[in-house]
Write a protein that binds this ligand. Structure first.
Ligand code: FEO
Length: 161
């Protein structure tokens, strides 16, 4: 397997586990502000990110590449409002999208067919990730943080499985 492509996926495993870590930190913020539905949504997100990292781990191992885990940075823990959290979530997902696209570009460049197929799932997943964060952010922009509407949204987000 092309060494640059391997390296990009090794790094991406770290980015996915970091995403899991970041969203758990955000869940903690929501729990501390009594928005348990938002916290639940973030905890589901945490689990999904862990699964993304696991998928990449399995893929590399299946290709005969030994995974070497990278150090994770400490995620930011200070947030000023739910809107602030979702602005940062969207920003983070946009960054992840560009990293995934970088892997897809390198797989195309070296014509690694298994990686081209594998990474396609993540390309589509990023469309969902950005869409979900954008929708919630747009709703948050329309409501005042201390209005009843925030609790309705909290209730709705808490239904995520
Ligand atoms: Fe694994 Fe949120 O992208």
């Amino acid at each position: 397997m092309d060494s640059k492509l391997q390296d990009l996926i090794q790094e991406q495993i770290g980015h996915e586990y970091y995403s899991s870590y970041l969203y758990l930190q955000m869940a903690s913020y929501f729990e501390s502000t009594n928005l348990d539905g938002f916290a639940k949504w973030m905890k589901v997100q945490t689990r999904e990110e862990r699964e993304h990292g696991d998928k990449m781990y399995e893929f590399l191992q299946d290709r005969g590449v030994r995974v070497i885990l990278r150090a994770l940075p400490q995620p930011p823990s200070n947030y000023t409002s739910p809107q602030d959290v979702f602005e940062k979530t969207l920003e983070h997902e946009q960054k992840v999208t560009s990293l995934i696209n970088g892997i897809a570009d390198q797989a195309d460049k070296v014509n690694d067919r298994p990686t081209k197929v594998f990474i396609q799932w993540f390309v589509s997943e990023q469309v969902e990730e950005e869409k979900n964060a954008t929708r919630i952010l747009e709703l948050l922009k329309k409501i005042k943080p201390d209005s009843g509407a925030i609790f309705q949204l909290d209730h709705h987000l808490g239904k995520r499985e």
